[in-house]
Design a protein around this ligand. Sequence first.
Ligand SMILES: [Zn+2]
Length: 425
Amino acid sequence: MTGEEASELYFHGKFYRNGIFDDLYIGISDGKICEISKFRNNARVVELENAVFPGSTDMHVHFRDPGETEKEDFASGSMSAIFGGTTTVFDMPNNMVPVIDYEVYESKRNSLRGRSFCDYGLYSMFNGGNTNIIHDESIGIKIYMGESTNAKGIENIDETNQLSLENLGKNIVFHAESGECLRKSSVSVNTLCDHSMSRNTECEKIALDKLNKFRISRKIVAHMSDFNNVETMRDRTFKNEMLPQHMLLSCEKIENSWGKVNPPIRDEKIREKNFQAYLDGKIDILSSDHAPHTEKDKREVRYAKSGMIGVETRVPLILALIRKKIVPLSIFVKTCIENPPSLFGIKKGLIERGYTADFITVDFSSTERISEGRLHSKNPATPFHGFEAIFPNDVILGGEIALQGKELIEDHFGKYMPLKKTEIV
Ligand SMILES: [Zn+2]
């Protein structure tokens, strides 16, 4: 050893690192990778079978806790995450009591303590004039440009507020649908394609053009629903996030309201375009926007609330597409594993010294069909029911086994991740 901490244990397996699967011994100390070696020594070694990747980060979930725990709570949401190979989630701030100040943040943070199976960060919400009371541990700031669940729309941000947001030194994540544009719509909604017309992609375009001009350096556009909106854009100043539903589902093919989401699932032509953009490496981040509702909330398309689950199926859906040679491995690794933590300045998602020891093991021969009855959300209905997926066999979180042979280790919990400005790498 060269003056570093000694490894407490090693994991041995074929780790995906620098674009290849490499036979490695990974030494762990204090939940982090402290040694990467080709050779074993006398320490305790845990053998990992199949392909090993770093754990995945889902930067966009709504676990509804506190406030709407009949839809989900942090235990059920984070359990779903682990079963789906996601070791880290960032939870959105539009709770019943929106997280807009220090006190609400503290109370949310305290109420979640010791209840998450995966690691987690918490967002705060910008409400037009609260930058000075936002908690400094927030993982990022969410801005809803149009009204949404428990959030009023903030579409125009003056220069003073842009500067205050910039000074927070955090990622600013935008829900980019223009409120003004949405209010003009008069389409009556009986199908999911009506829903897409009622919140048409022009409203997304208007919002994107606006936020592109904001003088904020760390901008991420959440759940882009129509890649045509950015393709022609010159001097794009933001990173873009996409969801599996906008590249794998189209409104013509879904009849029930479980696929009602905002921004809406678009038609087949746009879906194809979105998926192609993903395959071409033009999407920075793939998130789930896991946003459960109860059956009662989802009864009829017209009145149904918007949002669907996804934290457990996001990675497995893509793994099945890798096996079919549709999605390149490198695109999956960038969008699901490396980019999300790296854009937030967090040392996760790489097999490198100093990075958190989160791993998932994947047997690429074990394709199965997604079945609602086997998902772990409190409200597991999903338009992805019946889709092919590959669920991870094992999940290691901070050097400890959280899922083994597809069985949850129930007494293992994840960590809360505060993100102070000074800690950003
Ligand atoms: Zn969302």
